[in-house]
Design a protein around this ligand. Structure first.
Ligand code: ZN
Length: 425
């Protein structure tokens, strides 16, 4: 008998091991989104933070001798969630505005009254870097507890060069000091700050000619995003910012057609963005152009739910047109959820994604949307051992059972960072 290879640990006896194998090369489209690469009775061997092998439990136990054995006890084992769209770094809260919205005020009305995003900008500017790291740490703890092991974080509540840099530095510090991985996006063009009211072009110039350079010179951002929306940044202004981002070597994202049909999807295709987000009002022409250029759709059903307009992106059509779909939370002060399981629950109910499609969208496709698919998003040899064990017998319970945390354990880079639903110190 051949000696068994020594490994740090193995997870055995998953009723379903969701491998999502062979999905790292390109984003998953159309019918393939329903293929989760499930291994019944699966196991996984991990060594030095990386996945060594994934197979049936009997096979894995034949070949590997682990230091530690984790028994999945007939539950679901799957890749950690990747949340590809959050506004992670901010100070304060907007529960008052939520109350106003319940009484009928719209997002744009609140913005016009100096509320909304501008209130968060004020609080974020006032906060020190240390305070923002403290708030951010609370957030990423909750995310981790709910199974998210990689998160994209946008700046965009500073809106001065100094404050945008401060927010990006907070994201960097969270990435370096917390188990969660943070992918950083510069979103200086999130709103027009009050001191530039009526002078949007002047602010666009500041973003395009100063802020982006400062952020990239300090290596604080990997992506550049813009809030392309009526009354915020029009298509031409958005194009200018994205071109400046690309000139600095950033990959491009765009908040597109969330509240109106402005041509954001078309712009995303034109500049060959990695992803376009929201897309509630995206035109068919824009979506077809995205499919042609390989731009992903990042859909945010919890954000649409928070808008309370009962309007959601047409995910079925987007998938049918061949645009690969990812899901995110859009965690921010007006959509305060850290939980990707909620995004899945709403994607299923409100966008009619099948549970399998929603799982693909919140793991490997979300990893593609933040350009991390080579290292996370599926359970395959050589990838980071970012693994979650859910206290459910099969994946169809995701989305079906909602409003509670289904996560039992989270393993990040081979370490158990959440056990019995609690973050391990
Ligand atoms: Zn957003």
């Amino acid at each position: 008998m051949v000696a068994r290879e020594k490994v740090d640990f193995l997870i055995r006896k998953a009723n379903e091991l969701i491998s999502l194998r062979n999905t790292s090369q390109e984003p998953v489209k159309k019918e393939r989104m329903r293929d989760l690469g499930i291994i019944k009775g699966g196991a996984i061997a991990v060594h030095k933070g990386k996945i060594v092998a994934v197979d049936k439990t009997s096979k894995i136990e034949q070949h590997y001798r682990p230091e530690v054995v984790i028994d999945a006890r007939g539950n679901v084992v799957m890749p950690g969630f990747v949340d590809p769209h959050t506004h992670l770094v901010f100070a304060g809260a907007r529960e008052e505005e939520f109350d106003m919205r319940l009484q009928g005020a719209s997002y744009m009305e609140i913005l016009a009254r100096g509320g909304g995003i501008l209130k968060t900008v004020q609080a974020t500017r006032k906060a020190s870097k240390e305070q923002l790291v403290d708030y951010g740490k609370k957030t990423v703890d909750v995310m981790l507890k709910h199974g998210t092991t990689t998160v994209e974080a946008k700046s965009g509540y500073g809106l001065t060069t100094k404050d945008e840099i401060k927010c990006l530095e907070v994201a960097k510090e969270l990435d370096e000091t917390h188990p969660i991985d943070v992918a950083s996006t510069f979103l200086g063009a999130h709103a027009v700050p009050p001191e530039y009211k009526g002078e949007t072009d002047k602010y666009v110039k500041l973003v395009a000619e100063e802020m982006i350079l400062e952020a990239t010179n300090r290596r604080l951002a990997e992506f550049c995003d813009v809030f392309c929306e009526e009354g915020v940044f029009n298509v031409e202004q958005s194009r200018r910012i994205l071109q400046a981002g690309r000139d600095c070597g950033l990959k491009l994202k765009i908040h597109a057609d969330e509240l109106s049909s402005l041509g954001g999807a078309e712009l995303a295709a034109e500049v060959k963005a990695i992803s376009a987000e929201h897309l509630l009002f995206a035109s068919e022409r824009g979506l077809k152009a995205m499919a042609k250029e390989g731009v992903m759709a990042v859909l945010l059903p919890t954000a649409a739910f928070s808008l309370m307009a009962d309007k959601y992106a047409d995910a079925r059509k987007i998938i049918q047109l061949g645009v690969p779909v990812a899901l995110g939370t859009d965690f921010n002060p007006s959509c305060w959820t850290e939980n990707m399981q909620m995004a899945i629950a709403f994607a299923c109910r409100k966008m009619r994604l099948t549970v399998a499609e929603a799982v693909t969208a919140s793991t490997i496709n979300a990893a593609h949307a933040v350009d991390r698919a080579q290292e996370v998003g599926s359970l395959e040899k050589g990838k980071k051992a970012n693994i979650i064990i859910l206290d459910i017998p099969n994946y169809k319970f995701l989305g079906y059972r909602f409003g509670v945390n289904l996560v039992d354990k989270v393993i990040k880079d081979g370490n158990i960072v959440v056990d019995k639903g609690e973050v391990q110190e």
